[in-house]
Write a protein that binds this ligand. Sequence first.
Ligand SMILES: NC(=O)c1ccc[n+]([C@@H]2O[C@H](COP(=O)([O-])OP(=O)(O)OC[C@H]3O[C@@H](n4cnc5c(N)ncnc54)[C@H](OP(=O)(O)O)[C@@H]3O)[C@@H](O)[C@H]2O)c1
Length: 317
Amino acid sequence: MRIGILGTADIAFRRFLPALQKCSDITYAGIASRTPEKTVSFTQVYGGKAYSSYETLLADESIDAVYVPLPPALHYEWGEKALKSGKHLLMEKPFTTSLAETKKLLSLAKKKKLTVHENYMFLYHNQLEKIKELVANGTLGELRLIRAAFGFPKRSEDDFRYKKALGGGALLDCGGYPVRLALELLGETTKVIQAKLQQPEGYEVDLFGSAVLENEKGLCAQISFGMDNVYKCELEIWGNKSCIFTDRIFTAPPDFYPSIIFHTKDTVHNERQNLDDAFANSICNFIKRSLLSNGQGRNVQIEKQAELIEELKEISR
Ligand SMILES: NC(=O)c1ccc[n+]([C@@H]2O[C@H](COP(=O)([O-])OP(=O)(O)OC[C@H]3O[C@@H](n4cnc5c(N)ncnc54)[C@H](OP(=O)(O)O)[C@@H]3O)[C@@H](O)[C@H]2O)c1
C-alpha cells in the first residue's frame, strides 16, 4: 500500500511519519500542501514526493490511501474527495464535525468498499488493553464510577482549535478523547445524561466542559476537558475492591512507561506498564483492514462517537 498526506500538519511531522516507519506493508508516497514550500521540511527529513495541491495528490493513481490531518471543518470535504478518488481514508480525530457528515462518509466508504479509520490512537495502546483486562477479570470488583479528564494550557491564538470556521472547540478537540474512552468502557448502550460546554466571552468556541455518560446498568463516567486548563490526561476507575488511577491515558508517547496505581482497603501500589507505540499500532490496524477486501471494522464506533458528541452538545444547550 502507498499512502499520501493532505496538509503539512504538525501531527503528521511529529507523530505520524515516525510511526509509519514502524509499519510493514506500507510505503510513504508523499505530501500535499496549499503552500508547496511548506513541504520542504517534510521531504528533507522523510523523503517522498511533494504535491503542489491536495487535488494532485488525490489524482495520483499510484496512491492507495490518504492520511487527513486537516482542521476538523475540512475533514468531510477532503474525506469525501479521497473516498471518491478510490483511496482508503485514515482520518485524524474528530472524524467530521457532525453526525450527518459522519454518516455520509461512512455510507460512501461502504459503497466504495474502502476502509475508514478515526485516529483515536490511545485505543491501540497496551495501557488501555491492561485496564480493560482488570475490569473484565474482576480485579476492581463491581464498578462504581469512571472518571476521565483531558485538558491542556492555552495554545496560540491563531490555532484552529479556537476558530469556529475551522471546526475548533474543546469538545471536538480534547473532549472527544474522554467521550471515546467512556464509550469503550461503558459499551454500546452509552448515552449522555448531563453536559455543560463553557464558552467564555470573547471566544468563538467552547473552551472547556464536562459531562456524565451512563450505560444500561447505570454505570456512569464523569468526564472533563479543556483547552485553557492546567495539563491533565488521566483515568480513574473506582470499584468496590480496588480503585485504579493512570495518567497519560490519551497521549502516552512511545518512550513513556505508563503506570497504574492500585488503591485497595489497606494498600497502594504502582505497577509500571510496558512501552508501546499507540500511533504505529493505530496505523497498522488501518493498514490491516485496508488490505482486507472489505475492512469496515470500527465504523459502528465511529458513528456512535459522533452520536455521543451530538447528544452532548444538545444537552448542554
Ligand atoms: N491523534 C492525535 O493524537 C492528534 C494530535 C494532535 C492533532 N490531531 C488532529 O490532527 C489534525 C491536525 O492537527 P495539528 O495540530 O497537527 O494541525 P496543524 O499543525 O495546524 O496543521 C493543519 C494543516 O492543515 C492544513 N490546512 C488546510 N486548510 C487550512 C486552514 N484553512 N487553516 C489552517 N490549516 C489548514 C495546513 O497544511 P497546508 O498549509 O500544508 O495545506 C496545516 O498545516 C486535527 O484534526 C487534530 O485534531 C490529532
